[in-house]
Every structure is written in structure tokens, then in C-alpha cells.
Design a protein around this ligand. Structure first.
Ligand SMILES: NC(=O)c1ccc[n+]([C@@H]2O[C@H](COP(=O)([O-])OP(=O)(O)OC[C@H]3O[C@@H](n4cnc5c(N)ncnc54)[C@H](O)[C@@H]3O)[C@@H](O)[C@H]2O)c1
Length: 366
């Protein structure tokens, strides 16, 4: 195979822990030829992990200008994401840009412009687009069994007490920039139409620092659908990760390891009788709930089943899609416009929560 030669900028939890591991999984498609970290020792440590021939840098420009590098993976802190991606695109490289792709809508629009100038070169790393649970939810929604879907809840809860740079606004921290890109990306897809209204609440609960570790965002779509997205880093018990409600049924996925989908929907073999609103006074009944309901019998189908989409994708297989796009011309699933929409929503929520406005952004070590 014609391997893609990769240079990685930033060798932390994402770069070292995710990008390198994922690229090694697809070692028939990719070869890591260069690495860069402001902490040069981290770059040098890659000689033991990858190959003694890997080129090590402490300045991003050196890696971008390395002629062996065909694709630049950007996994340093969020503040530099947009500018490094633009530099790499201008240098003629392919770019895998980790989330958040930008810390402002204006910067995201610069990426969109660049992606048009350098078509097929920018790959926004919305890796949770490939999450099995999410894709299974989409499949069930598309099957039509839930009827007209009017409301979706998507929540990720944990109890973390974080204290790293992701809790500091001056470094672009806060969970709206951290988990937000994943959950808002899901929300944009779950909406399935243009987002017409955004209402967001940010709070700081258990993390230290000055950035939010809780967000709740209510999105409304042109199709009338409501998508409610919530993240908490200060919740001791988890809620359902997905809840989808349609006018013919509901779907729930609890948040627990090995949790199963619960699906309940009206059996299409029993068409609903047409009924009309009755302006009269209902009869008095011995059964206290009877007068409040239409006494028809509803025929439900109820199922419980494990998460199991029909492909082998997961949040660690995104590089295979990058390879397929570059070498085989298969369209990349995450469109830059969609990643930009995520940043637009993020910025609106931040504007609505002045206390958590982005402060003057600072690079690591400054
Ligand atoms: N897609 C995902 O699932 C996912 C998961 C985790 C983190 N991320 C993203 O990855 C980025 C990094 O997060 P992290 O948790 O790995 O942080 P981290 O602090 O663990 O690692 C960042 C690394 O980048 C280096 N670095 C910082 N500034 C640099 C620069 N200008 N040039 C070169 N190297 C630089 C640091 O020395 C460090 O080694 C964040 O933007 C985060 O949002 C994405």
C-alpha cells in the first residue's frame, strides 16, 4: 500500500495516547515519520516507541516544512489548532485537525475558506461521529419505527474534579470546548435539519480553574425537533446517554458499561383509529385515571438489545477514513461545514454566558 507519511504536533493524552496508537493500528496505511512537541523530550521518546529514524522537533514550523511529512496531525493544545492547520494547508500538506477545530466562529470560517482553496486536504477529527452507540441511534431513527421524532436528549455525566489546563479559560479550556465538539457534533447530526435556535447554560460545578465543567444546550431545528445536549463533570450518578422520543415510540440507552437499548413503539400492524377532540365533560369513573385517557388499546412492541451497528467503526478508526479519502477518493464523512456549525453553536452558547467568556488566549508556557 502507498503509505501516508504523518507528522504529529503535540504528544500528550491525544497525540501520544490516541493518534500514535490509532496510526499504529493502521500501520499498513500510515507511517509516522516526524513528531513535534514543545517538550522536546516527549518527541525524542518517540524514537523508542516508533522508530529510531523518526524526526523530532520542538517547533511546529519545522515539522510542517519537513519534506517527508505528507499529513500533519494537530493534537497540541486547542489555542494553536486553527493557525497550525492553516499553516500546514498553505504548505501543501494534508491536515488532521483535532477538536476543537477553532475557538471562535471567525477562525472556523477561515478553515472553511481554506478547505475550499485546498479541497480534500482538511480532515476535522470529530472522532465520536464513528461511535457505535451514536450510529446505532441514527439507524433506529432512520428505520421510522419511532414515527415523527420531536425530542432527543443526549447526556454525558461523570464526576471528575479536573484540575488540568482544560479547566482554564486562557488556554481555551472548559467542557464546552472539550466535550462540546463531540456532543454538539452529534446534536447537529441528530437534528437532521438547520438549527434555528440555540439556548445554552454554563456552570462550574466540581472542576477547579475558571472554566465551565457543566453545559446544557437546547437546540431547535427548522423541522421543529428539539435536541437537548448536556455534559456534567460533577454528577455522581449517570443519566441515560441517549433518549429519543417520537410520536409512535421511544428509544433509551442508559449510560453504563454494556448497557442495552430499550425500544418501545406502536405495532404498525395495528393502525391507530382516527379520533377527534371531544369538547364534552368526561364520565365519572371508579378508576381514577380512566376519565383522563382515551380508552383505546395500544399495541406496543418492546425490545431490549445490545449496541451493535453493522460495521466495525469506533472512535479509534477515523484514520482509516482519512486514508480512504486521500488514497481512494472516498468522501470523508465529516464535512468541514458541519465542524464549522459546531463552532457556531459553541460561540452562541458562550455569548449567552458572559461569566464564561473566553479570556485572552495564552499559549502553553506563556
Ligand atoms: N478527539 C478526541 O477525542 C480528543 C481527546 C483528547 C484531547 N483532544 C484534543 O487534543 C488536544 C490536546 O489535548 P491533550 O489532552 O492531549 O493535552 P495534553 O496537555 O495532554 O497534551 C498536549 C501536548 O501538546 C504539547 N504542546 C503544547 N503546545 C504545543 C505547541 N505549540 N507545539 C507543539 N507541542 C505543543 C504539550 O507539551 C503536550 O505534550 C486538545 O485540543 C484536546 O481538545 C481530543
Amino acid at each position: 500500500m502507498n503509505k501516508i507519511k504523518v507528522g504529529i504536533i503535540g504528544l500528550g493524552r491525544a497525540g501520544w495516547g490516541m493518534h500514535v496508537s490509532e496510526l499504529k493500528t493502521f500501520s499498513d496505511m500510515f507511517e509516522i515519520t516526524a513528531v513535534c512537541d514543545v517538550d522536546f523530550k516527549r518527541a525524542e521518546a518517540m524514537k523508542d516507541r516508533i522508530s529510531k529514524d523518526v524526526r523530532c522537533y520542538s517547533k511546529h514550523k519545522e515539522l510542517i516544512n519537513d519534506p517527508t511529512v505528507e499529513l500533519v496531525a494537530i493534537a497540541c493544545r486547542s489555542v494553536e489548532h486553527t493557525s497550525y492547520a492553516l499553516e500546514a494547508l498553505r504548505a501543501g500538506k494534508y491536515v488532521v485537525l483535532d477538536k476543537p477545530i477553532a475557538l471562535s466562529y471567525a477562525d472556523a470560517c477561515k478553515l472553511l475558506t481554506a478547505s475550499k482553496k485546498y479541497p480534500g486536504r482538511l480532515f476535522c477529527r470529530q472522532n465520536r461521529r464513528f461511535e457505535p452507540e451514536f450510529n446505532h441511534v441514527l439507524q433506529i431513527m432512520d428505520s421510522g419505527v419511532l414515527g415523527n421524532i420531536y425530542m432527543i436528549r443526549h447526556s454525558v455525566f461523570s464526576y471528575q474534579r479536573r484540575n488540568d489546563w482544560q479547566t482554564l479559560r486562557r488556554f481555551g479550556g472548559g467542557q464546552l470546548n472539550n466535550w462540546g465538539p463531540h456532543l454538539i457534533d452529534h446534536a447537529v447530526q441528530l437534528m437532521g435539519d438547520k438549527i434555528t435556535n440555540v439556548d445554552g447554560i454554563l456552570r462550574k460545578v466540581t472542576a477547579v480553574g475558571d472554566a465551565e465543567d457543566y453545559f446544557k444546550i437546547l437546540l431547535t431545528g427548522r423541522n421543529g425537533r428539539i435536541v437537548d445536549v448536556e455534559f456534567s463533570g460533577g454528577a455522581a450518578l449517570k443519566s441515560n446517554i441517549y433518549e429519543v422520543h417520537g410520536d409512535r415510540g421511544s428509544l433509551i440507552l442508559p449510560s453504563a458499561p454494556g448497557a442495552q437499548f430499550q425500544l418501545k413503539y406502536l405495532d404498525p400492524a395495528y393502525p391507530l383509529e382516527e379520533i377527534k377532540a371531544d369538547p364534552g365533560t368526561p364520565a365519572i369513573s371508579m378508576n381514577k385515571w380512566e376519565p383522563y385517557r382515551n380508552p383505546e388499546t395500544l399495541h406496543w412492541i418492546e425490545k431490549t438489545f445490545p449496541v451493535g451497528p453493522d460495521n466495525d467503526d469506533n472512535i479509534s478508526t477515523i484514520y482509516r477514513h482519512v486514508y480512504n479519502a486521500i488514497r481512494k477518493g472516498i468522501p470523508y464523512r465529516v464535512k468541514t461545514e458541519e465542524a464549522v456549525e459546531v463552532v457556531r453553536v459553541t460561540e452562541l452558547v458562550r455569548q449567552q454566558n458572559k461569566k464564561f467568556r473566553q479570556s485572552r488566549l495564552t499559549r502553553m508556557g506563556k
